[in-house]
Design a protein around this ligand. Structure first.
Ligand code: ADP
Ligand code: ASP
Ligand code: MG
Length: 606
């Protein structure tokens, strides 16, 4: 065929079926039928399949009967079998329906990952074999959740990782659409299994979904949304049991923003505090480097503004990661000169996410009011531009989720969101082989180190002031009082950090626009009069650095690089906030410019 001949390029669709959607023969047949339907509409179809039903859990339990400390390599060998079973059965089901299909393991596709067993990251994916099989008329059935490292060891991507396989394949295959078939109608305002009035949303932005997923909304693996955002994959979460339209995950729509779009929660969190750390540069760097080398994502990181030369740093980890984290922390704490390390378990994290909070005052106040009304005590608070997270006692987790969902009236749609769909057209005409090859090349080059960190910008804001309230009683309703007072004055609070109380006294720091500082201090005066012994300090000129990107929290390496860069250059960190899309750090105003240049250089931004 000549290079200039016009050919028809067949659009690729990726369909992913989760565990419940392939739990038994009947469901596998139904899923196969969807793939066959898409094929008969003219698509090239790549199907990604999870392990059946509770298969993965069963394998985990089985291993636990043999040993308490299974080696990660053997866990991956074991867990990957669940998906292997599913792909073979799915291929057979397609054959029965009269179409050609070939099943492939991660290794057979060429999903190359790093060597971090049980939570490996994708390095590259080869498209050649899939393209050949598709051209020959096959439906390609790919095993989700698994890959292979450079030594041919089987790896897995972490629980829920089939979503990530699906979006990654959609990215490299330049798919027109990636459909995630699951056991609910789509993405809801919170887990519909916990809150019956939860509402399915028509559309949600990548950023909101990224935050919700990483803050606990188990409907999507958060790393799958990183791919979707990086490579602009059109994602739709749909029910596998009906023809419901599901939820579109797409770039933020113009002009349609709800203040809060969802509530997410993580039930099992553990808190680690390093108490009495010398307040000097390099402390955060030491801690983050150690945790990052152990690949332990630290979650809600809070550092109190230092008092009398000592700082306290606290952060949460998933409760089942506590032993691994403590191994690292014990050693590091000693070398950093911490006076004490404390841990707390039995905690849950509840978060609200929404683009609208960037521009609406009083969102934090409302969340704290709702929690106070239900006498739920807040232990730690962290925020980012589009999320607020609180740490509370686990036994109040469900109450808190229900209360917050109701408090923000999430059962009602705040604005009619237009149903913007990527209407699937079955064939794209007119692209030449050459231009198609160019597209493929472009994608392959963009995908080098597919899951490597993407830091897109580092910026500085010199227009913020910090307020710190200390010696507050550790009771429910305090945060409510404070932020209600501020919200009533119409001040937009940016970063809020509340660290764990010590000796029953709590400290809360936050930032306000520079021009609103005096007014904020006035507004606070009355609220604080009620709390004997409380004190307020402020810093009119601070430097706020923001590192923007994708997957910043789950990639432990970003924190490590940021804190190492600052620490090595003698720049002290005063406050920190982390989220998947932003990492914000307060430092002294006089060091802001220098820090900005150093960080831009560190991340190769000129
Ligand atoms: P699959 O096996 O298809 O991957 P998962 O169990 O991983 O399915 O994800 C679907 C589940 O996610 C739902 O059954 C629901 O309980 C849970 N979930 C948690 N938060 C949400 C949310 N915000 N919207 C929808 N489902 C959610
Ligand atoms: N089977 C794996 C798990 O249960 C991956 C997945 O379902 O996405 O975690
Ligand atoms: Mg899942």
């Amino acid at each position: 065929m000549s290079l200039f001949e016009r050919v028809e390029i067949v659009a690729v669709i990726v369909q992913k079926f989760g565990g419940t959607s392939v739990a038994n023969a009947g469901k596998i047949r139904q899923a196969a039928q969807r793939a066959v339907d898409a094929k008969r509409k003219g698509y090239d179809v790549v199907v990604v399949v999870s392990a059946r039903g509770h298969k993965t859990d069963e394998l985990v339990d089985l291993a636990a009967e043999i040993t308490k400390t299974p080696r990660p390599r053997e866990m991956d060998m074991l867990l990957s079998t669940g998906e292997q079973e599913s792909v073979a059965l799915m291929a057979m089901a397609v054959h029965e329906l009269g179409e050609e299909a070939i099943s492939l393991t991660g290794a057979q596709i060429g999903v190359l990952t790093d060597t971090t067993h049980t939570k490996a990251r994708i390095v590259s994916i080869s498209t050649q074999r899939m393209r050949e099989l598709l051209s020959a008329g096959n439906i390609v059935i790919a095993a989700g959740f698994q890959g292979v490292d450079s030594n041919m060891n089987i790896t897995t991507l972490g629980r829920g990782g089939s979503d990530t396989t699906a979006t990654a394949l959609a990215a490299v295959m330049n798919a027109e659409l990636c459909e995630i078939y699951t056991d609910v109608e789509g993405v809801f305002t919170t887990d519909p299994r916990l809150v019956s009035s939860a509402r399915k949303v028509e559309r949600i932005s990548y950023d909101e979904m990224l935050e919700l997923a990483s803050l606990g909304a188990g409907v999507m693996h958060s790393r799958s949304i990183e791919f979707a955002k990086k490579y602009r994959v059109h994602l739709r979460v749909r029910p596998s049991y009906s023809d419901g339209p599901g939820t579109l995950i797409a770039p933020e729509a113009d002009g349609v923003t709800s203040i809060v779009s969802g509530v997410a929660f993580v039930r099992n969190e553990a808190l680690i505090s390093l108490v009495g750390l010398p307040d000097q540069p390099g402390v955060m760097s030491g801690l983050f480097t150690a945790l990052s080398s152990a690949k332990i994502p630290v979650d809600m990181v809070v550092q109190n503004v230092a008092r009398e030369g000592y700082a306290n740093v606290s952060f949460t980890v998933a409760e089942d990661e506590l032993p691994a984290a403590m191994k690292v922390v014990q050693v590091t704490a000693q070398s950093l000169g911490a006076q004490e390390v404390t841990t707390q378990t039995g905690l849950s994290k509840v978060s609200i996410v929404g683009h609208g909070m960037q521009s609406h005052t009083g969102v934090a106040a409302r969340m704290f009011q709702v929690l106070a009304k239900h006498s739920i005590n807040i232990k730690v608070v962290t925020t980012s531009e589009i999320k607020i997270s609180v740490l509370i006692d686990r036994e109040r987790c469900s109450d808190a989720v229900l209360a917050v969902h109701e408090g923000f009236e999430l059962h009602q749609a705040s604005a009619a969101l237009p149903q913007v769909g990527y209407v699937a057209t079955s064939r794209r005409n007119g692209a030449s082989d050459a231009s198609q090859a160019a597209v493929a090349d472009d994608i392959v080059s963009r995908l080098e180190g597919m899951e490597s960190i993407l830091v897109s910008d580092v910026s500085a804001d010199m227009n913020q002031s910090r307020v710190t309230l200390s010696n507050l009683p550790d009771e429910s309703g305090i945060a409510e009082d404070i932020f209600t007072a501020i919200a009533e004055g119409g001040v937009l609070v940016d970063m809020i950090v509340q660290n764990v109380a010590r000796d029953n006294r709590a400290t809360i720091s936050f930032t306000v626009p520079f021009g609103d500082l005096d007014r904020s201090l006035l507004l606070l005066r009355e609220a604080l009069e009620r709390y004997e012994g409380s004190a307020v300090t402020s810093d009119r000129h601070i430097g706020m650095l923001t590192i923007a990107g994708i997957g910043l929290r789950s990639h432990t390496d970003v924190g490590r690089r940021v804190f190492r860069t600052l620490g090595d250059n003698g720049i002290n960190v005063q406050m920190i906030n982390t989220s998947e899309i932003k990492l914000s750090i307060v430092i002294s105003a006089s060091e802001c410019d220098r820090a900005l240049q150093l960080l831009r250089a560190e991340f190769g931004l000129t």
